[in-house]
Design a protein around this ligand. Structure first.
Ligand code: IPE
Ligand code: IPE
Ligand code: MG
Length: 249
């Protein structure tokens, strides 16, 4: 029996965010190159996008490359940027067929021209997709995103387009790259590390965290279902008491 049957279809997380970690160690454990791990990682993304659609997840955000990852050896960065083009071009027809819209968060200016062009083309082609949204976090870091938002808020205030007294959490959120995207309900990190690595710091304020030792290339449909089932067993209190939550339900 698939774990799929154990999922309560009424309480599926609307937004799942994933820190896809462990490609390098997966490759090393098989005597392969790190780039082989990244290639296998792309296959996992495809499987998980499909599995997420199957359970009705509306938003799936995947952390593909952090701002800090620019510090990796140039050969690995180059391999990743090329792989990104290959994966985007190859997957665009299926995204279109399945009504999946691609969005991207991150500092796209730092990407090689060819990678950025492939990405923008896919975003444009899939913009009409209304079944679900795949958000690629690429050249992304949360502190960078928050600092950029602060900069633009300051600019708007200087130009008198924004009244300082009106700035609150919801106004601030509008200046983040994730505006119009609901906060993640569930954050998954594969690969055994239990840290956030500069990912969606603002947006995960009340997300449920799920850590697994499974390396990303080994993470498949059933692993996603397992995480969702665990999520469904948690009580999200948002600061309230258990009794309050029970009476609301
Ligand atoms: C995650 O896998 C992919 C990226 C960060 C691009 P890693 O490459 O970090 O794999 P490990 O953590 O070294 O095993
Ligand atoms: C986080 O993984 C970034 C991505 C998965 C893209 P890292 O492997 O870069 O994280 P650290 O360096 O171990 O924290
Ligand atoms: Mg890693």
């Amino acid at each position: 029996m698939s774990l799929f049957d154990k999922i309560d279809s009424r309480r599926v997380p609307a937004h799942v965010a994933i820190i896809m970690d462990g490609n390098g160690r997966w490759a090393k454990s098989r005597g392969l190159e790190r780039a082989d791990g990244h290639r296998e990682g792309v296959a996992s993304v495809r499987k998980i996008v499909e599995a997420a659609s199957k359970v009705g997840i509306k938003y799936l955000t995947v952390y593909a490359f952090s701002t800090e990852n620019w510090k990796r050896p140039q050969s690995e960065v180059d391999a990743l940027m090329d792989l990104m083009i290959y994966a985007i071009v190859k997957e665009t027809p299926d995204l279109l067929k399945n009504g999946i819209r691609l969005l991207c968060i991150g500092d796209l200016n730092r990407l090689p021209d060819k990678t950025r062009e492939a990405l923008l083309e896919c975003i444009d082609k899939t913009s009409g997709g209304n079944t679900s949204t795949l958000v690629l976090a690429l050249s992304y870091s949360s502190r960078w995103e928050i600092a950029e938002a602060a900069k633009r808020i300051a600019e708007a205030a200087c130009h008198r387009e924004l009244d300082i007294e009106s700035i609150n959490e919801s106004v601030f959120s509008e200046y983040l790259l994730t505006r119009n995207i609901p906060d993640p309900d569930l954050l998954i990190r594969t690969g055994g590390e239990q840290r956030i690595s500069n990912f969606l710091l603002w947006q995960t304020a009340y997300a449920e965290f799920y850590f697994t030792d499974t390396f990303w290339p080994d993470f498949g449909e059933e692993n996603l279902f397992e995480a969702i089932i665990e999520y469904q067993q948690r009580e999200r209190r948002f600061g309230k008491t258990s009794e309050q939550i029970e009476s609301e339900n």
